[in-house]
Each structure stands twice: as C-alpha cells, then as structure tokens.
Design a binder for this molecule. Structure first.
Ligand code: DWN
Length: 417
C-alpha cells in the first residue's frame, strides 16, 4: 500500500484472485474499531471507513474489500491479550503443543508474528527457546522488549522478513495467532514465512473460525482489522500453492471459536492426508459454508438479534434501570455501531485493560472505566460486549450478581443471566 494512502479497495479474492465477489453484509461506515479516544479528541471529526463483507463465488473465501492502511490501525495499539486468563491458558497450550514438535526447543528460534506484548513468547522462553517478536505496534514492542522478549517493531512482509533473517537467522518455528487475518496480502505472508522458516521448520497459525462466526452469529467480529475470515478449504488452496502442507488442525473455544493449524514444507514430497482436515472440510461443505444462501441467512439473523436487543434495552431504560457495558473490545464498538447503541443506553463501560481506561469508545463516545468501578457503582444490568469471555467476566464479578445485578449476553443470541 502506498505510504500515505488511508484506504484502498481490492477487487480480487485474496486467495484465488477471482473478481467474482458477492457482498452479503454491509455494516455501513465507522471509525477503526480500536480507535478509542482521549477526552480532548472527542470534538475532532472521526474518520469513518466502509465495512462490508464479501463471499468469493470461486473459492468460497470470505473477506473485506476495503483495506485501511495498517499504519493507521496498528502503530499505536491498545489491545493486549494478557487481560484474559483463558487467552493465557490458550497460549500456554499452544507453546506446549509446538515445543513437542521441535527436535530441541533449547536450540530453537521461535518467531511470533503479531507478538503484541510478548505474552505468547513468554511461554516459549520458559522452555529456554530463543524468541523474537514481530509487531508494528511501537508502544507494545517497547513493553515486550522491556519484559525480556526482543521485539522488532515492524509490519510482517517480505522486505522485513529478509531483514529479520539477516539479523536473527532462520526460525525453527513461526507462530501467528490472530494476526494473519489482519494482513492484506496473504500470498506475501507465505512468501515471507518461506523466507524466514528453516527447511524443517513449522508454521503455526491460529485464527477465529468462519464456521463458528456464521453459526454463532458473530457479526461484530467483522471489522476493518479483520480483512479475512478463514475456513479450511480456501486456506488449504493457499497452503498448497506455496509448497506447504497442513500436518495438524485443532478447533478451539477461544474468541468464540478458532482453529489452530500446523504447517510444514512438503519439500517436494506428496501431501500426506490429514484426517481432521478432511473431516472439517467436509463439515464446512455440509454446513453450507460454500453456498451464498448461508451468508444471506446469516445477515437476516443479525436483524432479529438487533430488534430483540434494542427492545430489551429500551424496556429496561423505560423502567428507569441503569445499564453499563462490560468489556471494551473492538467487536463491542462494531455492535454499538450497527445496533446504534450509545450513551443514551449505556452509562459507561468497564474494562480491565489499563490502556483503555479513561478513554472513550470510537463513534459513540461511551466513557471507559476500570472494572473496579463495579465494586461501588450500583448498575442494574451489564451488557457483556466481550461476550467471548462471558464466563470469565461473570465469575470475576459474582458480587455484581449477588447485589441483584443481571448480565445481558448479546451473541450468539440475546440472553439475560
Ligand atoms: O483479532 C483481534 C482479537 C484477538 O483481539 C484483534 N484484532 C483485536 C482484539 O479484538 P477484541 O478487542 O474484540 O478482543 P477481546 O480479547 O475479545 O477483548 C476483550 C476485552 O474485554 C478487552 O478489552 C479486555 C476486556 N476484558 C475485561 O474487561 N474483563 C476481558 C476480560 C476477560 C475481563 O475479565
């Protein structure tokens, strides 16, 4: 992308390069979803960017076509994964699984793409692996490096992959959790991995699974940072095109449902069949993931959830009850945008991430406080915007329930607990 273009439109499928793309959901235009604001910026007009999702009629891949310049979205980043215990458990499990695949972890260099605050690499470091993070967020790269996780504040692309190999050598393992979807050129991702990974190395990706997104109505995970929505059939096309093969696939509960995929180079050998891969691809077909009708029905279900949630919140407000939001995730800003929920409904939002406290949500400008506020403030309802962590949030805030407070979970369907 040219240096200072703010947004670019892509006309071709990121996987098969077909132009036969069909728009099935249009969420309108909104600010970038992690574009939280300081008090002093509230009166500055926010830039809004189109948010619409397309299905490729040729390979079935689901993607956005508007690409916001990554420098705008990721140079200063307030999202960190370490705020959620389940996320840390997931990272520990990933590090354990990968370490078992390596001949000698102590002699291995593990590179994490999109390493954020270094949370995942800390687990690899505990196995005495050499570690390196790559992340464009300068603020987080500084924190990670200070915490003993060397991190290069760079975007992941071929040019920077060459720099990394020159300085650090080739990687025995490359991990990429919740980042590949954020990169526009997926072909360049594989070219860059190919440059950085040693011959027998493993490449492990983890991202939200399209099958879960569709079947659990997770429309609010569709936003500018997520250019791609992965299922295995189109992903495998890309894997094979670049001489890799899938040697392991695992469905995960994290982030509403994800998949972890382990890859190795084929090195000229025939692809070895992977039973789980074959099973999941047939499941994707059976569940209609490659039929446009599935996505049209998905879009209709959202309207039902919108009506149900708006009616519930309206009734609660009419009864003069107080509603707050719990968690200030990027997805929460999408839900508030598309359902048009703002300060008229939510008095404020609480979030455990220090970088978000004291800020305001993009577009709706709902103030964000520490979740400590819940200990004293008497809200009646808490709308859990970070629904993917509902269990963890509700168990942390049993006191709120004890005092008669009720939680509202909006996705996959509206529920009061
Ligand atoms: O891909 C991405 C995913 C992995 O993370 C990024 N593009 C951006 C980000 O998306 P998100 O902001 O929707 O992520 P989370 O992890 O669903 O956000 C959860 C939010 O909830 C965080 O701000 C932390 C907060 N939280 C809280 O306030 N109390 C979380 C827990 C567990 C809690 O107890």
């Amino acid at each position: 992308m040219e240096k200072n273009t703010e947004i670019r439109k892509v006309e071709k499928c990121r996987i098969c390069e077909s132009k036969n793309l069909h728009k099935f959901l249009d969420l309108g235009s909104m600010p970038i979803p992690n574009g939280f604001l300081k008090q002093e910026s509230l009166n500055i007009k926010e830039k809004k960017y189109p948010l619409a999702c397309f299905f490729c009629n040729s390979c079935g891949f689901v993607q956005l076509t508007h690409v916001v310049n990554p420098k705008i979205m990721f140079t200063n980043y307030v999202y960190i994964p370490s705020g959620a215990r389940v996320m840390m458990n997931n990272f520990s499990n990933l590090a354990n699984q990968v370490s078992k695949k390596l001949k000698n972890i102590k002699k291995s260099l593990v590179v994490d793409i999109g390493s954020n605050d270094g949370s995942l690499l800390k687990f690899f470091k505990s196995y005495n692996a050499k570690v390196l993070g790559i992340d464009p967020a300068k603020n987080l790269a500084k924190i990670a490096t200070k915490n003993g996780i060397p991190t290069e504040a760079l975007l992941f692309n071929e040019k920077n992959a060459k720099k990394i190999v020159k300085k650090w050598g080739k990687a025995t393992a490359i991990t990429a959790t919740n980042v590949i979807a954020h990169i526009d050129d997926l072909h360049e991702v594989f070219k860059s991995v190919d440059l950085m990974l040693d011959d027998e190395g493993i490449f492990v990706t983890e991202f939200p699974y399209l099958l879960d997104l569709v079947e659990k109505n997770q429309f609010d995970t569709i936003y500018h940072e997520h250019l791609s929505y992965f299922s295995l059939k189109p992903w495998n096309l890309l894997v094979e095109k670049f001489g890799f093969e899938i040697i392991g696939v695992r469905r995960l509960l994290i982030h509403g449902g994800s998949i972890r995929i382990m890859h190795k180079r084929k090195n000229g050998k025939k692809t070895t069949k992977n039973k789980t891969l074959e099973y999941l691809i047939s499941l994707e077909e059976d569940r209609g993931l490659y039929k446009i009708k599935t996505y049209e029905n998905f879009a209709k279900r959202l309207e039902k959830i919108k009506t149900e949630l708006k009616n519930l919140l309206y009734k609660i407000k009419k009864d003069k009850k107080k509603i707050i939001g719990h968690g200030a995730p990027a997805k929460g800003n999408v839900l508030m945008h598309y359902f048009d929920i703002g300060k008229e409904t939510l008095d404020y939002i609480v979030d455990s991430t220090p970088y978000k406290q004291g800020l305001f949500t993009p577009e709706k400008h709902v103030p964000i406080y520490s979740d400590e506020k819940l200990k004293t403030d008497e809200a009646d309802y808490s709308l859990i915007l970070a629904w993917n962590f509902s269990d963890e949030i509700m168990s942390k805030h049993r006191g709120f329930k004890k005092r008669g407070g009720k939680f509202i979970i909006p996705i996959p369907e509206v529920k009061i607990i």
